[in-house]
Design a protein around this ligand. Structure first.
Ligand SMILES: Cc1cc2nc3c(=O)[nH]c(=O)nc-3n(C[C@H](O)[C@H](O)[C@H](O)COP(=O)(O)O)c2cc1C
Length: 342
């Protein structure tokens, strides 16, 4: 098994969970700077979209070195698309590639991807195998032009080839079931094709984000996975550093991924209490970096982060209303400077 960076991480492994529309290059950079997780993931990116030449998706694969180890997450249903998307991830120098088998979104799951793969273990295994083959062939020297990739994608990747072509690990992020809990049978399928890590969100697809994450189900899966070389991370409803560590111990996982508790709180894994002033300074830094690194992306994508930073202190609501009208980082900086004067 290709464990790559996963084999070098100290336990408990504390990771930032992938979140579409949230964990973009700007948020990950800020998080790496103020409360570095042991591992981070990109937002999920369509394997088929990349293979069809949707080069706008490459924006989701922007990262900076301080985020490493950084894993690119990919979703889809066509094994061949994963074979061809894998070398893109390798070429960009990512630490690993993760396959999304947990997304409940209608657009993804209705087509048979994301969490719907739980109902189709043979296809899921084929996808993992093909991804590994793409990584292997690239590492053994196969050129991008020899994969079935459109020219516009290849052109954009030119110049990013890492000096060393090394095999990167392939992992999976999933849920405990589709309609009902089937995690024990499901992980046995996944283990047949030896992913380096399995991250498990303790809800079924049907639950979406409702109810509580079922950590007992995660623990049952962990018991099975622990008998193999594959690592297991639990995920769902963790609110702070202390509960991240407690869950790791209590439920027998190698670590955890945390998602929503990071909203407006890139310091989460530092365990640090930050002042309102510090929080707002980082909001401005984040907004500026968003504009710099994700040139051309509409500023409204940044506004939800601003709303999360402006939360939980006196005057936050009024500040939030103003920030929701900010058209750019400069306006955001001015609004916050005015707020801090009073
Ligand atoms: C806004 C949002 C976007 C998400 N996007 C992704 C994604 O792109 N890939 C993925 O595997 N999971 C995605 N998830 C699921 C999270 O990674 C995580 O599994 C879930 O939020 C439960 O963890 P939490 O309780 O710590 O938030 C997303 C969740 C949210 C709230």
């Amino acid at each position: 098994m290709q464990k790559g960076f996963w084999g070098k991480l100290n336990k408990p492994i504390l990771g930032l969970s992938p979140m579409d529309g949230v964990t973009d290059a700007s948020f990950r950079f800020i998080t790496a700077k103020y409360g570095k997780p042991d591992v981070m993931f990109t937002e999920f990116v369509s394997a088929e979209g990349l293979c069809a030449g949707a080069d706008v998706l490459l924006k989701d694969f922007i990262y900076s070195e301080i985020e490493k180890p950084i894993v690119a997450q990919v979703f889809g249903i066509v094994p061949e698309a994963f074979y061809n998307a894998a070398p893109i991830v390798c070429e960009l120098g990512f630490s690993g590639i993760d396959i999304n088998m947990g997304c409940p979104d209608k657009n993804v799951a209705k087509r048979g991807g994301g969490a719907a793969l739980i109902k189709n273990p043979n296809l899921a295994k084929e996808i993992i195998i093909k991804t590994k083959e793409g990584v292997r062939d690239w590492a053994e020297g196969k050129k991008l032009e020899e994969f079935d990739l459109p020219k516009n994608i290849i052109n954009q990747l030119r110049g990013s080839t890492p000096k060393l072509r090394k095999k990167i690990p392939v992992s999976v992020k999933t849920r405990i079931g589709y309609e009902k809990i089937v995690i024990k049978e499901w992980v046995k399928h996944l283990l047949e094709v030896e992913p380096a890590n399995i991250s498990i969100h303790g809800r079924t697809l049907k639950q979406m984000y409702a109810g509580e994450a079922n950590w007992d189900a995660i623990a049952e899966a962990a018991e099975i996975i622990k008998k193999t070389e594959t690592l297991v991370l639990g995920n769902g409803d963790i609110t702070d550093l202390a509960s991240a560590k407690k869950h790791t111990e209590k439920y027998g996982v190698d670590g955890v991924l945390v998602g929503r508790a990071f909203f407006g709180n890139p310091w989460l894994f530092s365990g640090k209490e930050v002042s309102v002033s510090e929080k707002l300074d980082v909001a401005v830094e984040h907004a500026k970096y968003f504009e710099k690194i994700l040139k051309g992306r509409k500023f409204y994508n940044m506004r939800k982060h601003l709303a999360w930073y402006a939360h939980g202190f006196s005057g936050a609501k009024e500040l939030r209303i103003k920030l929701m009208r900010a058209e750019n980082a400069k306006e955001c900086e001015k609004i916050i400077a005015d707020f801090k004067k009073y």
